[in-house]
Ligand binder design. Structure first.
Ligand code: FAD
Length: 417
């Protein structure tokens, strides 16, 4: 392998993991990030779930009907701000066509291939460097109603087919795993994924940033990339007032990757799907969850991060404003109050909103582009934390000219023809 000078655009969890593995492979790496630190956007206060067994596309059979039925309710897993936005409606059309069963199976299988690999890579980093990022073991998925349990059946069939360890539970079984669950909230059953995990994504990202710096990665903060040009011997990046040459660039700029790629003639159907989280201090530890819980009805994740509890979810389409929406926060607070009412004072939580860089079919886009020296690591949607370590390693292998350790079929730009 020849040592290259490589620029990574974006210091979210995906960019930092990519930079770490590029440096580990012997390259000279610079991360260019417009904020003052890493993990300040989508990676900042996400749900924390690292659940490859649960990683699945949002486009699933029965999903359009389910989301429509919730649209006008007070508490809802989805919010739609009607907007005259052609990109939104184009995205929704593509998303609907991916909800068909066969497409769902293909997309979920592709995502899980990367997510399982990523969990292993994350564990290797954690063990090697002894990083503590408030990780917990086991993920419990809850179904409030029979209807929700039925909707999850295609996913459960795939868990069985792929021999992913899981337990299908009745309400008593669910409560045996998570005894603090409130007893008066309707519960039809659940699925327990003992090998899945959760953890604090920005804490991990900051720790990995320190490790990456110690092996030579340079971080250029408060620096914005305004454009990328392809050159005969690599690329040139326009960074604020300067021009920065590199042998190659990896674009890991979350949603902003779309506008960096467009002038290069690369169109990606990525759309910002806004989400919200609430993080509260635990006041009664015996009433708090021991590990991660997912409310399938409202699609809200409840995670235990050290002495805090985090509620994260809501998919809001059509909103470009980062203003906290009451309706989204109400849904989070309802779910927290329904399952762990005495664990925390949710009204005093810290609220946050961020956008998931979401592709209509689900899997991210990693690896090469038609432009030599320009590589991607984007579009991880709701699973960027769960997939970051693995996609960082795969992209570093591809840039270095090594064969990745997993098959990248269906994870690259070529799937869009
Ligand atoms: C509410 C919510 C809950 C979630 N829960 C989970 C979960 O439980 N599990 C999970 O796996 N995933 C979850 N996700 C998704 C996950 O957070 C994202 O997929 C992941 O953080 C994406 O990481 P990233 O590095 O690609 O993007 P980001 O973290 O957004 O990083 C991109 C970076 O690029 C920088 N940048 C952009 N443009 C430029 C430029 N031109 N120049 C310089 N810098 C630039 C930005 O400043 C930013 O720091 C959730 C997301 C949300 C919103």
């Amino acid at each position: 392998m020849t040592q290259k000078q490589i620029a990574v655009v974006g210091g979210g969890v995906v960019g930092v993991c990519t930079a770490y593995f590029l440096a580990e492979a012997g390259h000279d790496v610079v991360v260019i990030e417009r904020h003052q630190n890493v993990a300040q956007e989508a990676s900042f206060a996400n749900g924390g779930i690292v659940a490859p067994g649960y990683a699945s596309p949002w486009a699933a059979p029965g999903m359009p009907r389910k989301l429509l039925s919730y649209l006008f309710r007070n508490e809802s897993p989805v919010l739609l701000k009607p907007a005259i936005d052609r990109a939104l409606w184009r995205w929704v059309r593509q998303w609907m066509s991916e909800c068909e069963l066969e497409r769902y199976r293909i997309n979920r299988t592709r995502m899980q291939r990367l997510a399982f690999y990523s969990r292993d890579v994350l564990r290797q980093i954690r063990e090697y460097y002894q990083i503590d990022y408030e990780q917990t073991q086991g993920v419990l998925q809850l179904f409030r109603t029979e209807k929700d349990r039925k909707l999850a059946e295609p996913g459960l069939a795939l868990l069985a087919e792929n021999e992913v360890p899981h337990q299908i539970l009745d309400p008593e079984g669910v409560r045996a795993i998570e005894p603090a669950l409130a007893s008066d909230t309707p519960l039809c059953g659940g699925v327990y994924l003992p090998q899945d995990e959760a953890g604090n994504c920005p804490l991990f990202t900051k720790r990995l940033k320190q490790i990456a710096s110690s092996i030579g990665v340079q971080f250029h903060f408060t620096s914005t990339v305004h454009g990328i040009e392809s050159e005969s011997r690599g690329v040139a990046l326009h960074v604020d007032d300067g021009r920065y040459p590199a042998d190659a660039v990896v674009i890991a700029a979350g949603m902003d990757s779309v506008s960096l790629l467009k002038p290069l003639g690369i169109q990606v159907p990525m759309y910002p799907v806004r989400g919200y989280s609430a993080t509260a201090l635990i006041k009664n530890f015996e009433h708090a969850p021991q590990a991660a819980v997912l409310d399938e009805t409202y699609r809200v994740a409840i995670t235990r991060l050290g002495g805090r509890i985090r509620l994260a979810g809501t998919a809001e389409l059509g909103s470009s404003s980062a203003k906290l929406r009451d309706r989204a926060l109400r849904t989070l607070l309802k779910v927290g109050g329904d399952w762990f009412p005495d664990a925390a004072n949710y009204a005093q939580a810290n609220f946050w909103t961020g956008t998931r860089p979401m592709l209509p079919d689900g899997p991210p886009l990693i690896g090469a582009t038609p432009i030599r020296s320009v590589y991607l690591n984007i579009g991880h949607g709701s699973n960027g934390w769960a997939m970051a370590a693995g996609s960082g390693k795969v992209v570093a292998d591809i840039v270095s000219g090594y064969a990745p350790e997993i098959d990248t079929d269906g994870l690259t730009l070529s799937r869009y023809g």
